[in-house]
Design a binder for this molecule. Structure first.
Ligand SMILES: Nc1ncnc2c1ncn2[C@@H]1O[C@H](COP(=O)(O)OP(=O)(O)O)[C@@H](O)[C@H]1O
Ligand SMILES: CC(=O)N[C@@H](CCC(=O)OP(=O)(O)O)C(=O)O
Length: 284
């Protein structure tokens, strides 16, 4: 009986959030460790489907860096990353990345179908001019790494209107038809901004942003985030996440949530509880 009572309380607590986010577009960047473990993969798919059932409009943007590494290894190529965390992408690596990310997109569609009976459509940034990119200019030659210049989200809006869940990979195309590799966190931020999503979730392998004592910071504003970067408390892969999160925050996108994809139901707990589970980044 107590267990039943607990469940009822969870549902009652969630109700205001369910009402608040009716028809809200939410962008979920899915990647990292949560993408490797089959149990976690099913879990994430169930959570995304559930958000869809309760009236939100999820858009999934996925990475797959670890799987690209393992396929490069299989063909005897060494994965190489620049100091800014971006993959050095020659022609062959680009082909492998595009194949792997395409396959991952279809796998997410399968999971959403199997775990949540939802209809999803996977596409890359090349489809319908979604991400138009140019070669990224940097001190270090990264090859076919692109910088997204324009986002045309018409196709995504169309899918959402028809009730499909868009599943997007971070492969982009230039105006002249060249294929470019884009970091999936950056791609997720770009699409969230263009869609004026209510929320953006960046899934990773830690509980959120940690302070100098390794304690979770539940709420982080722009000023504090900049301080933490300055003091090197935020470092490595968390820097591009936070920098692009700050860039995305605007009138449209009110909060970016850094959550642990390896914790069961982190997406639901972050969305439907008052305290959340990860770090919520806001402007002020
Ligand atoms: N202040 C911080 N709080 C949390 N993680 C941090 C912090 N500074 C650096 N990191 C590192 O950032 C990593 C997450 O970035 P990254 O590995 O690129 O994520 P993913 O591959 O999951 O997208 C964490 O595993 C952690 O090692
Ligand atoms: C340019 C660049 O670095 N592209 C990334 C794209 C995939 C990605 O970002 O995957 P995760 O989110 O799982 O790390 C790469 O090739 O690994």
């Amino acid at each position: 009986m107590q267990k039943f009572q607990d469940k009822v309380e969870v549902i009652l607590d969630a109700l205001p959030y369910i009402r608040k986010f009716q028809d809200a577009i939410v962008v979920i960047k899915y990647g990292g460790s949560a993408m490797i473990d089959p149990r976690l993969k099913r879990n994430v798919a169930r959570d995304v489907a559930l958000l869809n059932y309760i009236g939100m409009k999820p858009v999934v943007v996925h990475g797959g860096g670890k799987e690209i590494n393992s396929w490069l290894d299989k063909v005897g190529k060494k994965a190489e990353f620049a100091p800014n965390g971006l993959r050095v992408t020659d022609k062959e690596t680009m082909e492998i990345a595009e194949m792997v990310l395409g396959r991952i997109g279809k796998e997410i569609v399968e999971l959403l179908h199997r775990e949540g009976e939802t209809k999803a459509v996977s596409l890359s940034g090349k489809d319908a001019g979604l991400f138009v990119a140019e070669k990224l200019q940097s001190d270090y030659d990264l090859g076919f790494v692109g910088e997204i210049k324009t986002v045309n989200a018409e196709v995504v809006r169309g899918l959402l209107e028809k009730g499909f869940i868009p599943v997007i990979s971070s492969v982009a195309m230039s105006r002249t038809g060249e294929t470019y590799n884009v970091n999936a966190d950056i791609a997720a931020c770009k699409i969230a901004k263009e869609l004026e999503a209510a929320k953006l979730y960046l899934m990773t392998d830690v509980d959120g942003v940690l302070d100098s004592d390794k304690q979770l910071i539940q709420r982080l504003n722009k000023k504090k985030a900049e301080e933490l970067i300055e003091n090197k408390i935020i470092s490595g892969g968390m820097i591009p996440k936070i920098k692009s999160a700050l860039d995305v925050l605007s009138i449209g996108v009110k909060s970016v949530h850094i959550i642990n994809g390896t914790v069961e139901h982190s997406l639901l707990l972050e969305t439907l509880t008052s305290t959340g589970i990860g770090t919520m980044v806001t402007l002020d």
